[in-house]
Design a protein around this ligand. Structure first.
Ligand SMILES: C[S@@+](CC[C@H](N)C(=O)[O-])C[C@H]1O[C@@H](n2cnc3c(N)ncnc32)[C@H](O)[C@@H]1O
Length: 346
């Protein structure tokens, strides 16, 4: 008999639907939680001296250009720039300084009463988003991209969990290439709805046709039939398959014995895996990646770990302090890994 698990009737472990074994807490234990790693190995790759120096110089040049307009950054080291400020002010200053970003990758507050936001009436919230998205558009380079991650909110009298993507998708001047569904395993549970296990990413570009898209850098090597041929030729790309528009990356979890190793104090932290993929596909070495709602600084680590320059903006000083410490320890860890690699080669 097929082993489909205890809830399937055709399984040799099947439990009758009326059996008390079906009740929560009575059935067999699920497999243990697998934590994510603190930093995906690829982000600790060695970045050549020239490239590191050039990223650090680019960041310093941007910081210098912004000083007369908005003052000094909160943090500036090895190509990482963090401003403790309102993103509207920093984006406007970047435009004034004629700086261009190649990729903006972000997740704004969702207007759902989290500790870092004050709730606005829906129309005001959507206008607020339109405003910062327009400022981001102004600083995006001609072949640049904008990746927007959003969840759900309640719309009075209309819907309980309305995807914010449906409300915001056409509120900027960017061209929408596609929607990516980000699916994850852990999350809240619900009794009168299916447990929410996805958020959207909207992938936009400044130009509809001409934009950076490094598909080969993000191919999924986990191909099911790698040796399948057609007319004597391998059917699939030897670098792997296109990862599709449904992505599975574990969320950053918290809680006793189930907390992700990359967890910080920030309640809405991007997992490094998902932002690593976006940085790789939508930017090149030395490019400027910005996150106007930097939070824990995950975008910064993905950017700098891939040899890009990072500019983040965060309104709360405690999050700025925590992410500055996170950047420091990431840069230290990267140097240590490079040293270990050198020793291994001796
Ligand atoms: C959804 S969280 C982003 C979390 C981030 N993606 C991460 O990986 O940690 C939104 C963040 O934006 C910050 N924020 C809210 N309004 C802001 C503004 N006007 N300018 C800059 N940051 C802001 C909040 O303090 C919060 O940390």
């Amino acid at each position: 008999m097929l082993n489909l698990g205890p809830l399937f009737e055709r399984s040799d472990q099947a439990i009758s639907p009326t059996s008390p074994e079906r009740r929560i807490g009575k059935g067999p234990a699920p497999p243990p939680h697998t934590p994510t790693s603190a930093v995906p190995h690829g982000l600790l790759q060695r970045i050549g001296e020239d490239r590191r120096r050039s990223c650090a110089e680019t960041a310093q040049r941007i910081a210098d250009a912004l000083i007369p307009i908005i003052g000094s950054p909160f943090y500036c080291r090895e190509g990482v720039l963090l401003y403790h400020d309102d993103c509207h002010r920093v984006l406007a200053a970047l435009a004034q300084a004629k700086a261009t970003a190649h990729l903006t990758l972000t997740s704004p507050p969702y207007n759902i009463g989290k500790e870092y936001e004050s709730s606005l009436p829906l129309a005001d919230y959507l206008n607020w988003c339109a405003r910062w998205m327009s400022l981001a558009f102004d600083v995006t380079s001609p072949r640049g991209a904008f990746w927007l991650n959003v969840g759900y909110l309640a719309v009075e009298g209309k819907g309980k969990a309305v995807p914010i993507a449906y409300l915001l998708w056409d509120r900027s001047q960017f061209y929408l290439q596609q929607e990516i569904v980000w699916n994850y395993g852990a999350g809240v549970t619900t009794k009168r709805a299916f447990a929410p296990r996805n958020e959207k990413w909207l992938f936009y570009t400044k130009n509809a046709e001409d934009f950076v898209f490094n598909l080969d850098d993000v191919r999924d090597p986990n191909v099911k039939y790698p040796n399948q041929k057609k007319n004597g030729k391998f059917r699939c790309n030897p670098l792997g398959k296109n990862p599709s528009d449904v992505w599975q990356f574990p969320k950053v979890t918290s809680g006793f014995q189930r907390s992700s190793r990359e967890r910080t104090e920030h309640p809405a932290q991007f997992p490094l895996g998902v932002v690593d993929r976006i940085v790789k596909v939508s930017s090149n070495y030395g490019d400027l990646v910005i996150d106007p709602f930097s939070g824990s600084g995950s975008t910064g680590i993905a950017a700098v770990g891939n040899g890009r320059v990072y500019l983040g903006v965060e309104l709360r000083e405690d999050y700025c302090r925590a992410s500055a410490a996170r950047f420091d320890s990431f840069l230290r860890l990267r140097d240590t890994s490079a040293e270990q690699e050198e020793f291994a080669l001796l």
